[in-house]
Ligand binder design. Structure first.
Ligand SMILES: O=C[C@H](O)COP(=O)(O)O
Length: 261
């Protein structure tokens, strides 16, 4: 029986300015109850420019909702125009940072070496990485989804010791299911999430593997989250589009339409 606390995280991507962020988090705070927070961890992942506003709200009202950023620099400081460092995120009390999202791998040419450097940067500043992995449609059609995804896990975790790896969150996001309305079948999701846990066991031992939370991401909605969460190796969801609707996100936090509170 797993003791992993599910993590339900809303990746807002490049949506909601800092004023909209405040209104959105207020709606979530109003709707979420202690019972929700007992069952799951809830996080929002806004754009950088929203983080101060979200921090002020969370700190001021002692909200239990956590927050983090969608990316960070591999560097800690210096002449890196446009970059945001892990220390800056830590100063804003971010708990999480998304690393290696497929949109960054695709549009910003982030490779496994850079993703690995960013994972190390996150740990230098005590941020929990939400490491994104997953295959594109061509790889899936060729049946190579497991090998492809495990190679991304290996690359991202190169030289990461067990005491750090045990705290990581890994989000399996089949690229063909992101923002498309196409959801991986339950078997697809479990196959790859189970394989990721198996690889973690090979790398770090079963005890560490059993601690790591593995999320599914890709067109998650209130109508499909319950079945996804029923998979033994799925410990939460990384939610994109549906996290922009506060009511819908709260339903997802509650594993769908059968609300807990
Ligand atoms: O980070 C979230 C994922 O990219 C999923 O996005 P989506 O829920 O809009 O498909």
């Amino acid at each position: 029986m797993s003791t992993r606390t599910p993590l339900m995280a809303g990746n807002w991507k490049m949506n909601l300015n800092h004023l909209e962020a405040i209104a959105h988090v207020q709606k979530l705070a109003f709707a979420l109850t202690d019972k929700d927070y007992e069952a799951v961890e809830v996080a929002v992942l806004p754009p950088f420019t929203d983080l101060r506003s979200v921090q002020t709200l969370v700190d001021g009202d002692k909200l239990k909702i956590k927050y983090g950023a969608q990316d960070l620099s591999a560097h800690d400081a210096g002449a890196y125009t446009g970059e945001i460092s892990g220390s800056m995120l830590a100063k804003l009390k971010c708990a999480f940072v998304v690393i290696g999202h497929s949109e960054r791998r695709q549009y910003h040419r982030e490779d496994d070496a850079l993703v690995n450097a960013k994972v190390k940067a996150a740990y230098r500043h005590e941020l929990t990485p939400i490491l994104c992995v997953g295959e594109g449609l061509e790889v899936r059609k060729a049946g190579n989804q497991v090998a492809h995804t495990l190679a991304q896990v290996d690359g991202a975790l190169k030289d990461i010791p067990a005491d750090q790896a045990r705290g990581i969150v890994i989000a399996y996001e089949p690229v063909w299911a992101i923002g498309t309305g196409e959801v991986a079948t339950l078997e697809d999701a479990q196959e790859v999430c189970g394989a990721i846990r198996g690889r973690l066991a090979e790398l770090y031992g079963q005890e560490v593997a059993d601690e790591v939370r593995i999320q599914y991401g890709g067109s998650v909605k209130s109508g499909n989250i319950a079945a996804i969460m029923a998979q033994p190796d799925v410990d939460g969801a990384l939610v994109g589009g549906a996290s922009l609707d506060a009511e819908e996100f709260v339903k997802i936090v509650r594993f769908g339409d059968q609300a807990v509170g």
